[in-house]
Design a protein around this ligand. Structure first.
Ligand code: CO
Length: 134
């Protein structure tokens, strides 16, 4: 069902410092910051030859990653994103298998303008998993 690894997301306490690290120290191509008010985050995408890294920073007062950064003040891997062909077909299969979808279970438009869902980390080896329809 799942396809390519689309990205690994890292929550960061200082977005400018994270951009400098990936752009200047690691020599990667990085995007401009993009505010996603619906998701409560500002994102920067790092382009790698075979995948992407998503740098996440809290946006607004009740960002879903604020608590994560309290528990991980230096930052840390927040989620991984797999591609799927049809997000509703994927969701229905997972729900039928007893897996939990976060939120209301309806896909939202993610950072790339495509539908995404998040799966409960307790059902996926302690890892927050994002599915993105491509
Ligand atoms: Co993501």
């Amino acid at each position: 069902m799942i396809g390519r690894l689309n990205h690994v997301a890292i929550a960061v306490p200082d977005l400018n410092a994270a951009v400098r690290l990936y752009r200047d120290t690691l020599g990667a191509m990085v995007s401009d910051p993009l505010d996603l008010p619906d998701h409560g985050v500002t994102t920067v995408f790092v382009d790698l030859p075979n995948s992407k890294i998503e740098l996440l920073h809290p946006l607004g007062t009740d960002s879903p990653i604020a608590g994560f950064l309290v528990r991980n003040p230096a930052g840390g891997v927040h989620h991984i994103c797999y591609e799927v062909q049809d997000i509703r077909v994927a969701r229905d299969k997972l729900v039928a298998d007893g897996m939990r979808i976060l939120g209301d279970g309806e896909p939202k438009i993610g950072a790339h303008g495509k539908p995404v869902l998040f799966l409960h980390p307790k059902d996926f080896l302690g890892t927050l998993v994002e599915l993105e329809q491509v």
